[in-house]
Design a protein around this ligand. Structure first.
Ligand code: ADP
Ligand code: MG
Length: 588
């Protein structure tokens, strides 16, 4: 069976379930609960599994939508279909406000923040007179679909599972797009993503709102299914259950959400039946069992159950790269004789340590300049200052006619600076092709909605074709579809160069690109860089291999303990006594 058949088959089976003769009604109720939970867990796949942001507070978003719709239908008599967009909008706005505050928290503060608002919103629902306080609201209208009332479990079943399938497909489409790729890159850290012009804060917020709106959809369906609402299902303990579903099912996979929702819902049901026999009236038993299971899952199957199940499911074939018209190139910089890059009095102090000590140099368009010096001389720090990853203590950086002294990594990328990292920053599980395509992020245009609804294919094809072209240019075509982490470290550095080239840069900043390469690979790299120079590219590189640097570069700048001790043509540097003392002396 191939992958294309799996989904229609699943939909067919799902559609047949409620009309199968002899199916216990109670099963349908369970399936409905699974579907409602799967919607929330699906949001967590994007937020936690893909974006790396843990939230315990998703149940509160179900509450926003449920109460909005309950209020509008009972008090103002609106049709539930009209309240759907309103409910989702209210949820989205609530998420935007909470997200702006929460998403900027880092490390453990973020989940703690979600716990804090998860609790407060639950109590808030119970305090508001208009929402019926702890008793809630009742007498809410059921959904009505062209005259058919979705009052019964077996009818609302179709609405719930239609929502689950539609949301899953949109999420799959989203993840397989320019925006989704950028979201997936969030796990690799802020620095690399922003160096390719990705606005990480904005993407986190999008993931946050997306997850909340899916929770809102679940809350809206829930309230018209139950037709009463009170604060209980929107509390923190339910939020923890949703997170558990996502983690148990496999937070990295869309179908992991459905798997996790099914497992946890069934488990809860079983516990509710057997626990009175085992432990009497002890009602909190499921919370304890879930807590223990969560710890065990994280310990022994951190990627969740779907990671195992998907080996049974049909595998998608690697994509073929469709021919696409090339992306538009950057207009060449016209700035007369001014150097492309000018560094003046650049200084960086880390506390008492002067890592870069008032360094000045410049680079003309079409030149390869090398920055050399012993370990700890401040070369990587200089790179970070130039590329906006770190802010200088003092001094200035001018690039292509712009003052970038206090610019962000994103702004540097937009102006055409592309870099590689001394400590490789690729996403090891993502294919080489997609890693490289990240470099072209700024050259694509498809946004969130275009991606969710698959309207981005022409844009996406151009980005992938460009990525494939750059991979071919650096000679890694045969590895294109492998996970980047499976390549040798030296090759991963070359993948980073291809990714940087995808940005269509004016200036390439390469931090020790030849480290870990074998002799003939170094020769290939030198050939590649020389070819780039002939096409007019400018390169600033940090390198240890003197032979590599001497043969290739136009100009060399030597740092020692943060201070520039010499600069000039390779031949002059080779004979400079201060350099021999500092650099070669220390190497010997
Ligand atoms: P190089 O790349 O030439 O080997 P680096 O620029 O990485 O050197 O480091 C220069 C000096 O600055 C080193 O002494 C290093 O320990 C220090 N350094 C670099 N980054 C930091 C940081 N974030 N905080 C404190 N010290 C740092
Ligand atoms: Mg370094």
């Amino acid at each position: 069976m191939n992958a294309r058949l799996a989904l229609p088959l699943a939909i067919l089976v799902a559609a047949a379930i409620p009309v199968l003769p002899g199916i216990p009604p109670f099963w349908i109720t369970l399936l409905n609960n699974i579907g409602l939970a799967a919607l929330v867990a699906l949001g967590l796949v994007l937020l936690t599994g893909v974006g790396g942001l843990t939230s315990f507070g998703q149940a509160a978003f179900c509450g926003f939508a449920a109460y909005t719709s309950a209020l509008l239908t009972t008090r103002y008599g609106l049709s539930p279909w009209l309240t759907l967009p309103v409910s989702l909008l209210v949820t989205g706005i609530a998420a935007l406000v909470l997200g702006v505050i929460t998403v900027r928290l880092s490390g453990h503060y973020l989940p703690l923040g979600t716990i804090a608002w998860g609790i407060s919103i639950y109590y808030l629902f119970g305090q508001i007179e208009m929402l019926g306080r702890h008793d809630g609201l009742s007498g809410i209208a059921p959904l009505n679909f062209f005259g058919v009332s979705l009052r019964e479990p077996a009818t609302i079943y179709y609405a719930i599972w239609f929502a689950v399938f539609a949301a899953s497909i949109c999420t799959i489409f989203l993840l397989d797009s320019r925006i989704g790729r950028a979201m997936r890159s969030l796990r690799g850290g802020r620095v690399a993503a922003e160096s390719f012009g990705i606005n990480t804060a904005r993407l986190k917020l999008i993931a946050f709102v997306y997850a909340a709106v899916l929770a809102g959809l679940s809350g809206w369906l829930y309230v018209h299914y139950q037709r009463t609402v009170n604060p209980t299902p929107f509390g923190l303990h339910v939020g923890i259950e949703y997170l558990f579903m996502a983690v148990l099912g496999g937070a990295g996979y869309v179908w992991g959400a459905v798997t996790g929702a099914a497992l946890v819902t069934l488990l809860k049901d079983i516990l509710q039946r057997v626990s009175p026999m085992l432990v009497g009236n002890f009602t909190q038993i499921d919370t304890i069992v879930f807590g223990v299971l969560l710890v065990l899952t994280l310990q022994f199957a951190p990627r969740g159950v779907w990671a195992f199940l998907r080996n049974l499911a049909p595998q998608a074939r690697p994509r073929t790269i469709a021919a696409a018209e090339p992306l538009r190139r950057r207009a060449p910089a016209t700035q007369g004789d001014a150097p492309l890059l000018g560094v003046t009095g650049l200084r960086k102090q880390f506390g008492g340590l002067v890592a870069v000590n008032d360094v000045s140099f410049h680079l003309k368009a079409g030149e390869i300049v090398a920055l050399i010096g012993p370990n700890g001389a401040g070369k990587s720090t200089t790179f970070n200052l130039i590329s906006g990853v770190a802010r200088p203590t003092s001094g200035s950086v001018r690039f292509a006619g712009h003052d970038l002294s206090n610019a962000s990594a994103q702004e540097c990328a937009k102006l055409g600076m592309a870099r590689t990292f001394q400590h490789v920053k690729l996403l090891p599980e993502m294919s080489v092709l997609e890693n490289v395509a990240l470099g072209a992020h700024l050259r694509g245009h498809a946004g969130l909605f275009a991606s969710m609804f698959r309207l981005d294919r022409a844009d996406e094809a151009r980005l992938l074709a460009e990525a494939a072209r750059q991979i071919e240019r650096v000679g890694l075509t045969e590895h294109m579809h492998k996970p980047a982490g499976s390549l040798a470290l030296g090759q991963q550095r070359i993948v980073e160069i291809a990714r940087a080239l995808c940005l269509d840069p004016r200036l390439l900043l390469l931090d020790e690109p030849a480290a870990g390469l074998r002799h003939f690979e170094k020769q290939n790299l030198a050939k590649l860089l020389d070819g780039l120079r002939q096409e007019g590219m400018s390169v600033l590189l940090v390198e240890h291999d003197m032979g590599f640097v001497m043969g290739l570069t136009d100009h060399i700048v030597v740092l020692d303990f943060g201070t520039k001790i010499a600069e000039g043509k390779p031949e002059a540097i080779r004979e400079n006594p201060a350099v021999l003392q500092a650099y070669l002396g220390s190497a010997a």
